[in-house]
Design a protein around this ligand. Structure first.
Ligand code: AMP
Ligand code: MG
Length: 283
């Protein structure tokens, strides 16, 4: 998923730590091959290349991520949308070239994005693509999902005092010995920081502090507004603390699109999640 992964674990011996960490890294590699849109060989990308108009049975992980995504899609009024791959692919080119996407190609990519273009059958665990050229992009949920899975592997090996950091999305287990929690610093794009001490939660931060491109004086985020297909133009950073890393990851991305004024739907669907806004500058 184009990110670095880091594991911190407290174990009775180094050998135990290394063995369990290796299995946890393997789990993240496995999920990378399910979810990533950086590799054409991933299950998600193979599904997108499969014939349209027929339901395809997918792995439990891919199906689970699609269902979780659908829930966030719904609660966010469509602001969170993992079917934007055709658009995010176009914007990745713009990030490299420093030029805006060609308007015709943008129109074409918009027509190939949207949850209405996939059909999910919960009874049969199948997914059907209803139009050619639809592409998944699980970039806003997959890292959190994989971090959760890696933490579960460590826990199954008896290592509960553990932390998995996948590209800044954190899955936290029990606190380090003698501590109230893992000490986390959530930083915003102006050098501000908020100190947190947490355990058994997921934490994720989204915002264009991390990835954006400036074209003709306008700053565009790597997070797109699905209504326009264009990168967000306002600068924001939001940290979410939730029961799991997948949820924190997805909610942070969804909240980035909705802004502090619009994220109420997320709060009512997940009242236990904490959404913390950093500095925001109108664009
Ligand atoms: P994150 O860093 O978790 O906020 O995820 C951002 C990534 O998710 C982007 O780099 C895109 O690959 C993808 N993405 C962009 N816009 C959206 C959106 N509105 N909904 C879902 N995923 C998105
Ligand atoms: Mg996210």
């Amino acid at each position: 998923m184009g990110s670095r992964a880091r594991i911190v674990v407290f174990a009775p011996s180094e050998a135990v730590a290394v063995d369990a960490a290796r299995l946890a890294f393997d789990e993240m590699d496995r999920l990378n091959l399910v979810l990533s849109d950086y590799t054409p060989a991933s299950e998600a990308m193979r599904l997108c290349a499969a014939p349209i108009g027929a339901p395809h049975r997918v792995s439990p992980d891919l199906f689970d991520v699609v269902l979780k995504s659908a829930r966030v899609h719904e609660a966010s009024g469509g602001a969170f949308d993992p079917t934007l791959g055709a658009l995010t692919g176009l914007w990745r080119e713009s990030f490299r070239s420093g030029r805006l996407p060609d308007p015709q190609r943008l129109t074409d990519a918009r027509a190939r994005a949207g949850f209405r273009l996939i059909d999910v059958d919960e009874r049969l665990s199948t997914i059907e693509l209803l139009a050619p050229g639809v592409r998944f992009d699980f970039g806003a949920i997959g890292k959190g999902y994989a971090a959760d899975a890696a933490l579960q592997v460590l826990s199954r090996h008896g290592l509960r005092r553990a932390m998995v950091d996948l590209g800044g999305d954190l899955a936290l287990g029990d606190a380090p010995p003698g501590e109230a929690g893992w000490r986390i610093e959530a930083t915003d794009d102006r050098g501000g920081a908020r100190a947190l001490q947490l355990s058994n939660v997921g934490v994720a931060t989204s915002g264009d502090a991390y990835r954006s491109v400036t074209i003709d004086g306008v700053q565009y985020s790597h997070i797109l507004d699905p209504r326009t297909g264009v990168g967000l133009r306002s600068s924001s950073a939001v940290t979410v603390i939730a029961s799991n890393a997948w949820l924190a990851d997805a909610l942070a991305s969804a909240a980035s699109v909705l802004g502090p004024e619009g994220e109420g739907g997320l709060r009512s669907e997940w009242p236990g999640a904490e959404i913390v806004w950093h500095a925001r500058r109108a664009g």
